[in-house]
Write a protein that binds this ligand. Structure first.
Ligand SMILES: *[C@@H]1O[C@H](CO)[C@@H](O)[C@H](O)[C@H]1NC(C)=O
Ligand SMILES: *[C@@H]1O[C@H](CO)[C@@H](O)[C@H](O)[C@H]1NC(C)=O
Ligand SMILES: *[C@@H]1O[C@H](CO)[C@@H](O)[C@H](O)[C@H]1NC(C)=O
Ligand SMILES: *[C@@H]1O[C@H](CO)[C@@H](O)[C@H](O)[C@H]1NC(C)=O
Ligand SMILES: *[C@@H]1O[C@H](CO)[C@@H](O)[C@H](O)[C@H]1NC(C)=O
Length: 848
């Protein structure tokens, strides 16, 4: 948590900037944790009104850490820490209630002079939000309940603490498209501004970090910027924009960080033209998000936000790439960017009315010692002491019993209890309750047990209540003798409602019979289905096309773009998307098996570096597979002598990385792992941006077990020259066979030599050159030295390791990906065109 140390500089704001902004904090809750009860103040630098955290939480101890001696940053001076309880929660009840979006920010300022920072988890109610590793965590949350519980959970790695908690109503449309997923902030930058921007420039108090760039443009005339989105992104943020270094044609932002698992991202790019363009000038560029073309764009003075989904599963990737079009006279610009992780929260919570009633009861009696924290019923293992709830997956949890026996309650029965409409059992015995027993208790229709013994209520009790008790629908315990008699007779089983007992006994029996019959029925159904399925190859899906559909997709097979042993490939379109359709020739029987293998695999696996399946056709006489169209054909077309263009070194590294990532995904990301078995240049396809995807899974095999060294004895298959010699000799197939083939491919990629050329195998040739230290001669001479010799050496060494005769000496594809990415990054740094967004240490970008 090194980042915490530099919290100081970024909070110092330009006070002058806020003079024009209005001061409306009606949708804000700003809590300074640890300041004395009842205190509040307005922060000098932000103008934000903070209040004490008393009333939002009743656990923990406050600490004055004297973080900053300056009044400016008062919020950092105190914290609340939680040496006790595993779970401690702040309960927020925003005025606008549920079904609104809120920005929730939890701030953790830790002074490293106090030693290693603790690590703990942050939850929203019962939903995991983050492990605290940064100075703040931020969430855009669509609240499905009136209460929002922000919980700190001790994970035995130090005492949890919190510095401040902020909530802002976010009543703008920008983040609204996604009904339920919450957005967890990864990065938010105002590019090329000189200072951090938040409230009051941003009326929603989003924090826009500034991002130091080498080249920028700005306008002093923010008035000319206009848009309906004006409120959504502050004009100050939009008034500056980043340019590519050296007026280059490519503006690129990379993602760097550690990625523990795959997650979906949403990226917001905010654009506005800030230069005065002459009539002969034009700024236009293509937008690629994580390699996917997202559109062509030309910024205007209207602020425009481009939104894109992508995902992250590796610690380095090209997140944003803006490439000037050939018509454009000016380089691309980017004013601001936001990146969020998409997260589906379950938001299991107690019914709002129940929660309000029990919270009100809690405050009426001052029940602070019970450790009643967070949501009353959820999570189930943390249900409040004395409560029982009814959990039903389709509805909010309801409180069904409340036991406050011997809790020292003083005063009258809390009127809020009237709102616990599902309550069945209420025990208020042995307290110091006084006054009238309210009539509403008789109106709680579900109440079966009421214990009022040991209090000092005014007599008589409400007639309606006594009546219910007499009728036997309520087991009422009071200090009055007569009633006690009634109660004891009830305990003996002579109550009038003993009809219920029959139901109680019969219900399980009848229920059991019903369940049994259902199970029997299901089993029969399943058997029948299994029988039917045997004949059908695939589960019918929307990816299945009929032959007549294929005819129309390919416009009657007019445009043939390839031909092989299996049959032919045609170009076509499905909707607006270009596709390639591979039709199996009717004769090939081996082909049909491969067809099955391929469709079955591609239906299941999805990865940017694996060609995606649009659909398939499995009619009686016509078998075909429909893929996304790859504009640049296969790698073989671009690599060897006679190809029209020479691929640049960076592009080769990129293609190597892409292919390696696709294989790494098959080997390490799929369960069970998949071996491709036919890695070669003609099976690597390139899209319009020359990004590579693996194709042709006809020979692929999935291991039956997760054991990577599993031995399978299937017929040796593959392409000569790429075939792992060890596999050939032993027929033991492991994913290391792919590593060998990939090594050969990598050698072809960097040398542009064919696998066998002039009778010499490429592996032998490279090894012999490498032994005498001739790395330059190994690399494609057409590159004319336009490559970095260091990365070239690394790539050659990686490739040679991949083609080790012994499979155990070969690296895994994950290792290869790491090596190649390292090279690619080095190559890009050399070109110094790109900048990095580091999601985890955003504050690294703040000058010290
Ligand atoms: C902040 O405001 C308080 C109260 O107006 C004032 O006493 C203090 O000097 C101010 N601090 C700074 C750094 O301006
Ligand atoms: C770019 O220029 C070409 C040729 O002048 C033209 O056909 C094309 O429509 C232009 N593209 C855009 C987006 O203006
Ligand atoms: C929410 O409730 C569902 C259904 O009761 C349960 O399966 C799930 O685990 C709960 N989620 C959380 C985070 O408690
Ligand atoms: C309430 O709690 C007390 C003490 O824990 C227990 O004796 C009593 O039986 C409980 N009441 C009900 C209705 O369960
Ligand atoms: C009971 O709930 C209603 C509706 O939620 C609310 O208006 C009312 O104030 C509540 N009554 C008490 C006594 O809390």
């Amino acid at each position: 948590m090194k980042v915490l140390r530099i919290f100081f500089p970024i909070l110092v704001l330009h006070v002058a900037a806020m003079i024009y902004a209005q001061d409306d904090q009606s949708g804000f809750i700003s809590i300074d944790c640890g300041i004395p009860q009842g205190s509040h103040y307005t922060d000098n630098s932000t103008g934000i009104n903070y209040v004490s955290d008393y009333g939002f939480i009743d656990a923990g101890v406050t600490q004055d850490i004297q973080a900053i001696q300056n009044n400016n940053l008062r919020v950092l001076n105190t914290i609340r820490s939680f040496p006790e309880n595993k779970r401690n929660c702040y309960t927020l009840r925003p005025q606008n209630g549920k079904n609104n979006r809120y920005l929730i920010r939890a701030i953790f300022y830790y002074d490293e002079s106090r030693g290693e920072p603790p690590q703990f988890d942050l939850f929203i109610g019962a939903d995991y939000w983050a492990t605290v590793t940064q100075m703040y965590h931020e969430l855009i949350h669509l609240a499905s309940s009136d209460y929002i519980h922000v919980c700190l959970v001790n994970t035995d790695q130090g005492v949890p603490f919190i510095t401040a908690l902020e909530l802002r109503l976010l009543n703008i449309t920008m983040y609204e498209e996604y009904q339920s997923p919450s957005l967890i902030l990864q990065a938010r930058y105002s590019l090329a501004t000189n200072e951090m921007i938040r409230y009051k420039d941003d009326k929603f108090d989003r924090i826009w970090y500034y991002y130091k760039v080498n080249k920028s443009v700005h306008t002093s005339d923010t008035v000319s910027l206009k848009s309906f989105t004006e409120e959504q992104v502050p004009l100050k943020v939009m008034s500056t924009a980043m340019l590519p270094i050296d007026n280059n044609s490519i503006l690129q932002l990379n993602y760097t960080g550690t990625v523990k698992d795959y997650f979906d991202l949403i990226v917001y790019l905010h654009f506005a033209e800030v230069e005065m363009l002459q009539s002969n000038q034009k700024r236009e560029f293509n937008i690629y998000i994580n390699h996917v073309w997202t559109g062509r764009f030309s910024p205007s003075t209207n602020i425009t936000t481009v939104k894109a989904y992508t995902y992250s599963n590796s610690s380095f990737f090209e997140l944003i790439r803006l490439v000037r079009t050939s018509n454009s006279t000016l380089p691309p610009i980017l004013n601001a960017v936001e990146v969020y992780k998409l997260k589906q929260f379950q938001q299991n919570q107690t019914d709002d009315q129940d929660a309000a009633a029990i919270l009100s009861t809690k405050s009426t009696y001052g029940l602070t010692k019970l450790n009643w924290q967070g949501d009353p019923c959820v999570p189930q293992e943390n249900v409040w002491v004395g409560l029982n709830c009814n959990y039903d997956a389709s509805r909010a949890a309801r409180i069904v019993s409340l036991n406050l026996s011997s809790r020292g309650l003083i005063g009258e029965i809390a009127t809020a209890l009237a709102n616990l409409t599902m309550i069945e059992s209420l025990d208020l015995s042995y307290n110091k309750l006084t006054g009238n027993v309210p009539n509403f208790l008789a109106q709680l229709n579900n109440l079966r047990i009421l214990n009022l013994v040991g209090n000092n209520f005014t007599r008589p009790l409400p007639a309606e209540l006594l009546e219910k008790s007499k009728k036997g629908s309520l087991s009422l315990s009071t200090d009055e003798e007569g009633i006690d008699e009634e109660k004891s007779s009830c305990l003996k089983g002579s109550c009038r409602n003993n009809n219920n007992k029959i139901v109680v006994i019969l219900a399980p029996i009848i229920g059991g019979i019903v369940v049994l019959s259902i199970i029997v029925l299901i089993v029969i159904q399943m058997k029948r289905k299994a029988l039917i399925k045997k004949e059908e190859l695939f589960i019918p899906s929307k990816q299945r096309f009929t032959y007549s559909e294929v005819v129309s997709i390919t416009n009657n097979f007019q445009n043939e773009i390839g031909r092989g042993g299996f049959g032919s490939v045609f170009r076509g379109s499905v909707g607006n998307n270009q596709v390639a359709v591979k039709m199996l020739s009717e004769s090939s029987s081996q082909g049909y098996k491969e067809f099955q293998t391929e469709v079955k695999l591609l239906i299941k696996i999805h990865h940017t570096n694996i060609t995606s399946l649009v659909g398939y056709c499995d009619d009686r006489n016509h078998k075909g597979i429909i893929y996304e169209f790859m504009a640049n054909g296969n790698l073989g077309d671009h690599l060897f002598d006679g190809s029209a263009t020479v691929l640049s070194w960076e592009r080769r590294l990129q293609i190597g990385c892409d292919a390696a990532e696709g294989l790494a995904y098959l080997h390490h990301g799929c369960r069970p792992p998949i071996v491709h078995r036919d890695v070669k240049p003609s099976n690597i396809l390139l899209n319009e941006g020359f990004h590579a995807k693996l194709a042709d899974f006809g020979l692929s095999r999935a291991f039956a077990t997760e054991d990577a060294t599993h031995i399978t004895s299937i017929k040796v298959a593959g392409t000569l020259g790429y075939l792992d010699p060890e596999y050939h000799a032993t027929t033991r197939l492991t994913e290391k066979s792919d590593v060998y083939s990939f090594g050969v491919l990598l050698l072809e990629l960097i040398t542009s030599r064919r696998v066998i050329s002039e009778g010499v195998n490429i592996v032998q040739w490279v090894k012999s050159q490498h032994e005498v230290g001739n790395v330059e001669t190994i690399i494609d001479s057409r590159l004319d030295g336009r490559f970095d010799i260091k990365t070239a050496e690394t790539v050659v060494e990686t490739a040679i390791a991949c083609v080790s005769p012994k499979s155990i000496k070969r690296p895994t594809m994950n290792d290869v990906v790491m090596d190649l990415k390292h090279c690619l990054r080095a190559e890009r740094t050399r070109q110094s065109e790109s900048m990095s967004l580091n999601f985890e240490t955003m504050s690294d970008l703040i000058p010290r």
